[in-house]
Design a protein around this ligand. Structure first.
Ligand SMILES: *[C@@H]1O[C@H](CO)[C@@H](O)[C@H](O)[C@H]1NC(C)=O
Ligand SMILES: *[C@@H]1O[C@H](CO)[C@@H](O)[C@H](O)[C@H]1NC(C)=O
Ligand SMILES: *[C@@H]1O[C@H](CO)[C@@H](O)[C@H](O)[C@H]1NC(C)=O
Ligand SMILES: *[C@@H]1O[C@H](CO)[C@@H](O)[C@H](O)[C@H]1NC(C)=O
Length: 543
């Protein structure tokens, strides 16, 4: 009865759930994976690579075959026989240690078009290192490291994959420029230089350095939206030219590390328009970091979000209040097109032992709803996820949550918020059993999709509603660390037709993304969403 009523109201109102009946569920996957999941990336073989850092003592996971890292310049541990990176297998819920030689702390990453993870920078001996990890079918793949590859130190930098498949690496602590991977190409200007000055990064630096891990989103016109501290620009990275200054965020509150809010490019809906909108949530008043480090006094974080329609000629920030204040939250795009805000704290800022009052309650934001109907408070996790926690979307629509290491070391006792080595999965309401009859199940789809090319997906569903509550989207999984989900994007594909094949079985024809600006080449998760309920994602290669 309840389900039927819900279906009816959904069909009338919007394709996304207008009335969430459940608040989701938490499940502990592992009490101890040996490391703190500080950085996470889902790979195209449904494995998740995670890592923390190499220079703050031994982790709780030994390297296999008696391997050790020798680092005479490490001040904590010159001979470390433990792992600081693991590969987690979703299907078997198991993990294996990986070997990383140089320090990956506060680094950045992007998955290249061929599915290889490119990781850049870190700290100490790792700050100019490029590392790659290519997924494999067996257990033999591991990190490959390229020392001194980067032209500058990249510690707290942000990466974005570009329409031509290159990766741009932007900023870093006291680094006011950007560079590219691979290093030499013919179409950058000027071709002789390998770093490109970006004065905006210097202008947005303040006494607390609230401009680290800038928020970067690739826009449909090929330029980059970059937000640092309280300001935003549009950058033509080819000409090294700021083409637009957006108005500063209303309220003037810093949003980047260490006043860590989070940012998301809302779904680009090619079935409707070519608009692009950015939403930034949470952050800390200027001065909060100084208060935390000088006085151990933790200022309350801010509780608002700000939306900017960046493709507008003269956009203005539209402010909205979240149900609670949040610093160090993670913002993830769910396959429904909704935004999950998860992890973090209510007081303080990012940094060692700089926060209190964990926010264990995620919220789901429905961007298309009426303003007072957008935020939904979900069920709390029993575990604080403070500084150095992370969250990513999984293939099946769950959200993987791990990490929290608010201290210089792996301290498990005598501290208010111990380092957390556990891994949890949060299942949003759409995974609830009550929606099983409306859940589409993809039985066939092309694995390679061309730009602007039509292709067909075959799916079945027990209780089909109507064409106007169905959409197909692709999601680029994020490289998540420090409340920033690099490269995360979702494109709703243009729908061509839906036809019934047999009882409960349908073909949906959609168009591949219109351009490499809208969706840079690479592996994406494709979801069919029916009446607000997503299928499990399948991998497609856009090329
Ligand atoms: C991991 O932690 C457990 C429990 O504290 C301990 O018994 C074990 O020796 C640790 N393993 C490593 C490799 O540190
Ligand atoms: C330190 O905290 C106290 C009590 O909250 C406050 O009165 C004082 O202004 C703070 N000092 C600084 C330097 O922020
Ligand atoms: C944290 O761990 C480090 C290294 O093991 C140790 O020196 C330090 O005393 C610990 N701090 C606390 C508060 O336990
Ligand atoms: C997609 O676009 C078509 C044509 O404009 C429209 O009929 C349909 O309702 C749209 N679908 C969604 C889910 O918005």
């Amino acid at each position: 009865m309840l389900t039927l009523f819900l279906v009816l109201s959904l069909a009338i109102t919007s394709p996304s759930l207008s009335n969430l009946q459940s608040v989701g569920e938490w499940q502990v996957l592992h009490e101890n994976i040996g490391i703190s999941a500080m950085h996470m990336q889902l790979l195209r073989n449904n494995k998740v690579i995670m890592f923390d850092r190499t220079d703050f003592g031994s982790s709780n996971l030994s390297l296999p075959y008696g391997r050790c890292r020798h680092d005479p310049s490490d001040i904590i541990l010159q001979m470390d026989c433990t792992a600081h990176s693991v590969l987690y297998d979703i299907a078997t819920n198991s993990f294996r240690p990986l070997m990383v030689n140089t320090d990956t702390w506060c680094s950045s990453g992007s998955v290249l078009s061929d599915g290889t993870l490119l990781q850049t920078g870190g700290y100490n001996d790792g700050d100019r290192v490029v590392r790659t990890f290519t997924p494999c079918g067996d257990d033999n793949c591991d990190w490959i490291e390229y020392p001194s590859y980067l032209a500058d130190r990249r510690w707290y930098a942000t990466n974005q994959i570009l329409p031509d498949g290159r990766v741009i690496v932007i900023g870093g602590r006291r680094v006011f420029n950007y560079e590219f991977f691979p290093r030499t190409t013919s179409n950058v200007f000027p071709p002789s230089s390998s770093t490109f000055w970006l004065n905006f990064l210097l202008e947005t630096r303040d006494d607390e350095e609230n401009n680290l891990y800038p928020f970067v989103h690739l826009l449909p016109n090929g330029n980059l939206f970059i937000f640092a501290n309280t300001r935003a620009i549009s950058l033509d990275y080819v000409k090294n030219k700021v083409v637009k200054q957006f108005p500063p965020i209303a309220g003037g509150v810093p949003r980047n590390y260490p006043s860590s809010g989070s940012s998301v490019l809302l779904p680009i809906d090619e079935n409707k328009s070519s608009e692009a909108e950015v939403m930034i949530c949470g952050g800390a008043q200027h001065g909060s970091f100084t208060q935390a480090i000088t006085n151990r006094s933790f200022v309350r974080a801010i509780n608002n979000c700000a939306r900017l329609l960046v493709t507008d000629e003269n956009p203005v920030w539209k402010m909205e209040d979240m149900p609670m204040a949040r610093i160090m939250g993670d913002m993830l795009l769910l396959p429904t097109g909704d935004v999950l805000i998860i992890n973090g704290a209510e007081l303080g800022t990012a940094g060692w032992d700089n926060a209190a009052k964990p926010v264990t309650t995620p919220v789901i934001y429905q961007p298309k709803n009426e303003i007072e109907m957008r935020f939904h408070v979900m069920s709390p996790s029993p575990r604080p996820r403070m500084y150095h926690s992370a969250a990513i979307l999984l293939t099946d629509g769950r959200v993987l949550v791990g990490g929290s290491n608010p201290h210089v070391f792996y301290n498990f006792t005598n501290v208010e918020f111990p380092t957390d080595l556990s891994l949890e999965a949060y299942s949003p309401p759409y995974l609830s059993f009550e929606y099983a009859t409306m859940r589409p199940n993809i039985v066939y789809a092309d694995q390679v999709v061309g730009y602007g090319q039509p292709f067909t997906i075959t799916f079945n569903v027990l209780q089909y509603q109507a064409e106007d509550v169905l959409f197909v989207n692709i999601i680029a999984p994020s490289f998540t660390t420090h409340s920033i989900a690099m490269n995360q994007r979702m494109v709703v594909l243009r729908m061509v037709r839906i036809s019934q094949v047999s009882l409960g079985m349908f073909n949906v024809g959609v168009m591949g993304p219109s351009s490499t600006n809208v969706a840079p080449p690479g592996y994406y998760l494709l979801f069919v969403v029916h009446a607000g309920i997503p299928s499990s994602g399948i991998w497609v290669k856009i090329q």
